[in-house]
Design a protein around this ligand. Structure first.
Ligand SMILES: Cc1cc2nc3c(=O)[nH]c(=O)nc-3n(C[C@H](O)[C@H](O)[C@H](O)COP(=O)(O)OP(=O)(O)OC[C@H]3O[C@@H](n4cnc5c(N)ncnc54)[C@H](O)[C@@H]3O)c2cc1C
Length: 489
């Protein structure tokens, strides 16, 4: 806790309705906290649909109460958690069931089951492989509510950056780490090797500054890492390293020069990892509004719900072949934040982001050129399917209303953010990769190396990543002497 109040820096607003779900035949359901409307909507899908939903949510709330301390907040480095007996009973009753089977205890129709399980994608699993405890996601979204930071997620990063800099944190931009340097004899990491390549704008800015001010201070600055000049393979020494790059990449790329014995056989263990899906992401700027068809959060589901999940999690070098031929067989998520935050686009325009689940990339396969070609076909297929579903949902003239677009596929996600296999949600969250079974944030051999992020504990998603980062920060602060960490000056 650094004594800052989030509310003073970021405005958070509840998203209402929570989301709208569109089925392939054009039917749709809107989920909100308006009991009367919800009863009408859910009873239209299944007899006593609303009452069944309430019973399901009671169980989902218990799973959140139990799952939060056990799977999310528990710092396993500190030992085993103590849970109330009723929560242990709740957990013992569910964990081995898949989320889909668990839903079968409450609902009969596939649509009701689909309504409360597509969120499993957030944890990189299908409803057929996700443990039942992940009904806690519905509790988070529907009982506690979905909240949106005005200005978008970028606003949070921007505010955190300002607060960090105000508190003396030095951030090195346009700098990528190429290696974490370890000393096997001491079982410690010594620092990072980095490449600094200033962006064009930054170089120009620096040139101007240099012309203005050629003084001694600038000379000293030349020797520091923040020097605005290309650097390759420089060493930045550190007492403690916390790697925020995806854990498999940290181990397999950044530590590649470190002997295998110091990496606890990571390469072998990694072969058994199950990875989350990737996505084709599409961002559109549109010169028309589609408020009736799209809520802030909308989901478009295939009616072939089960088969539509097949292959989305199997690594492949030809993801384009896995995508269905019929545009109605895609599942996808749509974000249209201007319903909550008008600042994100000009009036009478819309800002839309679509995520189409796609398989992770196979480790071995065709040439990079072949994978790139497959990716282009994959992106084109996803784009076309989404536009057709939008048109079916009454979004007339959508295609001709697009004024700008950017589309990113698994290979681009992999290359841009060093995400192994292009898995955008890190390693998946099946039972054998959850909590204690998930890679530890503390390196097994190198005692001053830590990891934070989606592929370590507790798991994927911004809130979980932040919970993990806080635990790591507290752990380092509590062990400054043991780690040989000198406070920053
Ligand atoms: C399209 C999309 C939408 C999402 N929406 C949501 C959402 O609405 N809510 C939610 O909770 N989660 C969402 N997620 C998931 C969420 O973004 C991730 O779980 C989260 O960002 C993971 O955090 P991280 O710190 O592990 O990785 P990142 O946020 O990717 O941070 C890791 C950083 O390390 C940097 N890095 C990597 N390698 C190096 C290197 N060698 N040198 C220097 N820097 C390096 C990367 O550039 C990156 O900036 C979404 C994910 C995607 C892809």
């Amino acid at each position: 806790d650094v004594g800052k109040d989030m509310d003073e820096h970021i405005s958070i607003q509840r998203v209402m309705p929570a989301f709208r779900v569109n089925f392939a035949d054009g039917a749709s359901v809107t989920l909100s906290d308006d009991e009367e409307k919800m009863r009408k909507e859910l009873d239209s899908l299944e007899i006593d649909g609303y009452d069944k939903y309430r019973r399901y949510m009671e169980m989902a709330d218990i799973n959140l109460d139990a799952g939060l301390p056990l799977f999310i907040e528990q710092d396993w480095e500190k030992g085993l958690p103590v849970l109330p007996k009723f929560l242990i009973n709740a957990l013992l009753h569910w964990p081995l069931k898949s989320h889909h089977d668990q839903l079968g205890e409450f609902f009969e129709s596939d649509r009701m089951k689909a309504l409360f399980s597509f969120q499993d994608l957030y944890i990189g699993l299908s409803p057929y492989t996700a443990p039942g405890v992940f009904s806690l996601l519905q509790s988070i979204e529907l009982t506690n509510g979905i909240y949106y930071p005005i200005g978008g997620f970028a606003k949070i990063a921007e505010k955190m950056k300002t607060l960090c800099e105000d508190m003396g944190v030095k951030i090195h931009y346009d700098t990528s780490v190429s290696q974490i340097q370890a000393d096997p004899s001491t079982r410690r990491v010594q620092g990072v090797r980095y490449n600094h390549h200033p962006s064009e704008g930054e170089e120009e800015e620096e040139e101007k500054k240099k012309k203005k001010k050629k003084n001694a201070e600038e000379e000293a600055e030349k020797n520091s890492m923040s020097q605005k000049k290309s650097h390759d393979n420089q060493l930045f020494s550190a007492d403690v390293i916390v790697s925020n790059a995806d854990l498999p990449y940290t181990e397999m790329e950044l530590l590649r020069e470190t002997p295998e014995t110091m990496r606890d056989g990571f390469e072998q263990r990694e072969k058994k990892f199950k990875y989350s899906s990737s996505v084709v992401s599409i961002c559109w700027a549109v010169k028309k509004r589609y408020d009736t068809a799209l809520a802030h959060h909308s989901i478009f589901l295939s009616d072939k719900y089960r088969s539509s999940w097949d292959n989305v999690f199997e690594p492949t070098d030809r993801p384009d072949l896995v995508f269905p031929d019929d545009y109605k067989d895609f599942n996808f998520y749509v974000h249209a934040p201007s319903r909550t935050d008008p600042s994100c686009c000009p009036s009478n325009h819309d800002s839309i982001m679509v995520l189409v689940p796609a398989p992770p990339l196979a480790e071995e396969g065709g040439s990079l050129e072949d994978i790139r070609d497959a990716e282009e076909r994959l992106k084109a297929k996803a784009r076309e399917a989404v536009i057709k579903r939008f048109e079916d949902a009454g979004m007339t003239d959508f295609r001709s209303s697009i004024v700008d677009e950017s589309i990113r596929g698994p290979l681009e996600w992999k290359q841009l953010f060093n995400l192994r296999r292009g898995s955008v949600f890190g390693i998946a969250h099946p039972m054998d990769q959850l909590s204690l079974f998930r890679p530890s944030p503390e390196h097994p051999k190198l005692k001053n190396l830590f990891s934070v992020g989606a592929s370590t504990r507790p798991g994927n998603g911004v809130p979980l990543v932040l919970v993990g980062a806080e635990q790591v920060a507290r752990s380092i602060l509590a062990r400054e002497d043991e780690l040989g960490a000198k406070p920053a000056t």
